[in-house]
Design a protein around this ligand. Structure first.
Ligand SMILES: [Cu+2]
Length: 148
């Protein structure tokens, strides 16, 4: 009994980090500190299943809306210029854009657990990338951060 209690006491501090979903933040910026414009900060974010992301626009002209999602995931679209929280309930890689600034490369990637949909993600991106006119290299670098 004593041994069991000691074991439980040792494991207890680990439990919250295993069970409690974390909230992450992505800023939707007109310009960041290094002068890059129309950028998600961070543009690539790795989270765990069930975590949430708080999207925070720097002004009224930005939002976050899903472009590519894993199978079974519901699409999301945050209101323009308003902070909103999205919960990620399906494992895989998500690509999202700022609606008015997609052509300027204002996109981000959120990887939830394993990138189980990587092939489908890349196939869809092949088509979607035609819509990005500026900052293409930056977007390519962001997508390259997805870990299989
Ligand atoms: Cu924007």
């Amino acid at each position: 009994m004593k041994r069991l209690l000691i074991t439980l006491a040792l494991l207890l501090p680990l439990i919250p980090s295993l069970l409690v979903a974390k909230e992450h933040q992505v800023k939707l910026l007109t310009a960041n500190a290094s002068g890059q414009t129309m950028i998600m900060d961070p543009a690539f974010l790795k989270i765990e299943l069930g975590d949430t992301v708080r999207f925070i626009p720097s002004d009224a002209s930005h939002n976050a809306q899903s472009l590519v999602s894993p199978k079974g995931a519901s699409a999301f679209s945050t209101p323009m210029g308003k902070t909103a929280v999205v919960e990620f309930k399906q494992e895989g890689a998500y690509l999202y854009k700022c609606l008015p600034h997609f052509a300027l490369g204002m996109v981000g990637v959120i990887q939830v657990g394993q990138a189980v949909n990587i092939d489908d993600f890349k196939a869809q991106w092949q088509t979607l990338q035609a819509g990005v006119v500026m900052n293409k290299d930056r977007v390519t670098a962001t997508i390259a951060k997805i870990q299989n």
